[in-house]
Design a binder for this molecule. Structure first.
Ligand SMILES: [Zn+2]
Length: 177
């Protein structure tokens, strides 16, 4: 007799405190007054099928479930504020350092320069200012509004900007910095 899938049956595996709906490939079904006997795919092969099915799904890209915003390390010299790891932060966010720099200088209403790995801002700013603005930047220019993942890039078409998500494929309108 050819195997047929008759649906799902709740199987309880009390010994290992395990309960789950599994597809059952029925080979033989016997019903009498007291018992129903099913010959079905054993749990182990079910797990293997599940594993195989999962491995065939498109691979999840990205850094993982939790997205940690890199921290900018600010210190002041006279009336200037320097971020030594500026490039590192931009690279971690997968953005051009100049894009991030432009955003920050607009928000802080100041001028800044970027050289090598560091950015130098005119004016005295504290760590909190950078953290707050970096969070805003991530919300506006990094995180996909659909799936909330950070694996995105910005593209420009004609005069419009779009945030394209590598994880879910969504394309959301964005704005210039
Ligand atoms: Zn997405």
């Amino acid at each position: 007799m050819k195997d047929r899938v008759l649906g799902t049956v709740l199987l309880s595996f009390k010994t290992i405190a395990y309960e789950r709906y599994v597809p059952v490939y029925v080979k033989d079904l016997t019903v009498d007054a007291y018992s129903i006997s099913l010959s079905c795919v054993p749990l182990k092969s079910y797990e293997e099928l599940l594993k195989r099915a999962k491995s065939q799904l498109p691979e999840e890209k990205g850094s993982g479930e939790r997205f940690e915003i890199p921290q900018m390390r600010a210190f002041r010299i006279g009336v200037r504020t320097i971020i030594n790891n500026f490039k590192e932060v931009a690279v971690a966010l997968n953005r051009e350092p100049r894009h991030l720099l432009k955003y920050l200088t607009n928000e802080m209403a100041t001028a800044a320069s970027f050289e090598g790995t560091r950015a130098t801002f005119q004016g005295k700013f504290d760590q909190n200012t950078f953290e707050r603005l970096l969070n805003k930047y991530v919300d506006q220019f990094i995180v996909c509004p659909v799936c909330k993942r950070p694996d995105t890039r910005i593209i420009k078409e004609k005069r419009l900007f779009f945030l394209v998500c590598e994880a879910c494929g969504a394309r959301s309108s964005s704005k210039p910095v």
